[in-house]
Design a protein around this ligand. Structure first.
Ligand SMILES: [Mg+2]
Length: 332
């Protein structure tokens, strides 16, 4: 089954709001109904920061390869912009799809590409060089796990597990590495036997297939599903199934607590219901999605010492400001 390419499912919401005193942006009100029993998390950028910076490896590598086939008048900057476009557009799918696109671009310029798997192997080798010290640091304890996790990851996984929500992790990274890195970060124990990643036979895996399997095996309808992700794939697939989609517009390099503006816009375009920069407001997020309860004022949600709601980039982009308001009340 081929994986879908990105396309916006509809116009961006004209206005959004923030749950009082939190960084949780509500783009679409969640319909009342039974609470989700299953929650799917993407891995890279959603929980793990181990592969942070992968794009700085992939884009120059592919641009370098493609520039050998440049059309007359096509500059290095043109090639680089083109590569960046398709790499970002395909983010969230298995890595091989970016390499397949590279091969297509080479062919479109009259060249004969290598097997896309060769390009993927070369990319992976370079990325592993870049992240080797992180993996080693996690393994020997010199790098604290918190520094390689999206803030609040362990807290939200723990909150959900404690309320009996079944957790799954699905990634476009090769499965052996997802399993390894999930263990390095200590997130594997939250989804035992339910961690999925890319396969050598890439047609045999997609996040959509994982979602279908969750729903079929548990005989539940899609409204009992929540998905958390920083890629359009998991957001679009979750919405297509009828679930609640939480966009994690993580700032991977800065961990600033402000949403990444590009991810935010793209994920809203894919149909996300909520946007968070990370899980520092995990309690309020879970209370809202699972119980339909909102913090009534900033004081409820914000621990002492947190003076300002973190509304920076997202609020500016959306023209919205956090505001208080009555809780919706009652379990959903
Ligand atoms: Mg991701």
């Amino acid at each position: 089954m081929a994986e879908r390419d990105y396309r916006a499912v509809g116009p961006l919401p004209s206005s959004t709001r923030f749950l009082a005193g939190t960084s949780i942006e509500v783009a679409r009100e969640i319909p009342r109904g039974p609470a989700p029993e299953h929650a799917l998390f993407d891995f890279d950028g959603t929980l793990s920061l181990i592969r942070e910076g992968w794009m700085d490896v992939m884009v120059p590598l592919l641009a370098g390869i493609l520039s050998e086939y440049a059309r007359p008048g096509e500059t290095e900057a043109d090639i680089s912009a083109l590569v960046k476009d398709f790499v970002t557009e395909l983010t969230g799918k298995q890595t091989i799809y970016q390499m397949i696109r590279l091969a297509e671009e080479i062919r479109a310029r009259g060249g004969v590409p290598r097997d896309p798997r060769d390009y993927k192997a070369e990319y992976h080798e370079r990325l592993m060089e870049r992240i080797a010290s992180r993996r080693k640091g996690l393994a020997d304890g010199t790098l604290p796990r918190a520094e390689a996790l999206v803030p609040g990851s362990l807290e939200i996984l723990g909150l959900l597990r404690d309320r009996g929500v079944r957790l799954y992790i699905a990634s476009g990274t090769d499965e052996e590495y997802v399993l390894e890195e999930a263990a390095l970060l200590g997130v594997d124990e939250f989804a035992p036997g339910r961690i999925y990643g890319a396969q050598a036979d890439y047609a045999s895996f997609s996040k959509e297939m994982v979602i279908r399997r969750i729903l079929a095996e548990n005989r539940v309808d899609g409204r009992r599903l929540a998905a958390f992700g920083d890629g359009y794939v998991e957001i679009a697939d979750c919405k297509a199934a009828g679930g609640v989609a939480v966009a994690v517009a993580s700032d991977e390099s800065g961990r600033s607590g402000r949403p990444d503006a590009w991810k935010r816009e793209r994920l809203l375009g894919a149909g996300a219901d909520l946007v968070v920069p990370d899980y520092r407001d995990a309690k309020a997020l879970v209370a809202y999605v699972w119980d339909g309860i909102e913090p009534e004022s900033a004081a409820d949600a914000a621990p002492a010492g947190r003076a300002e709601p973190r509304n920076g980039a997202a609020a500016d982009a959306a023209g919205a400001r956090p505001s208080g308001g009555p809780g919706r009340g009652g379990p959903r």
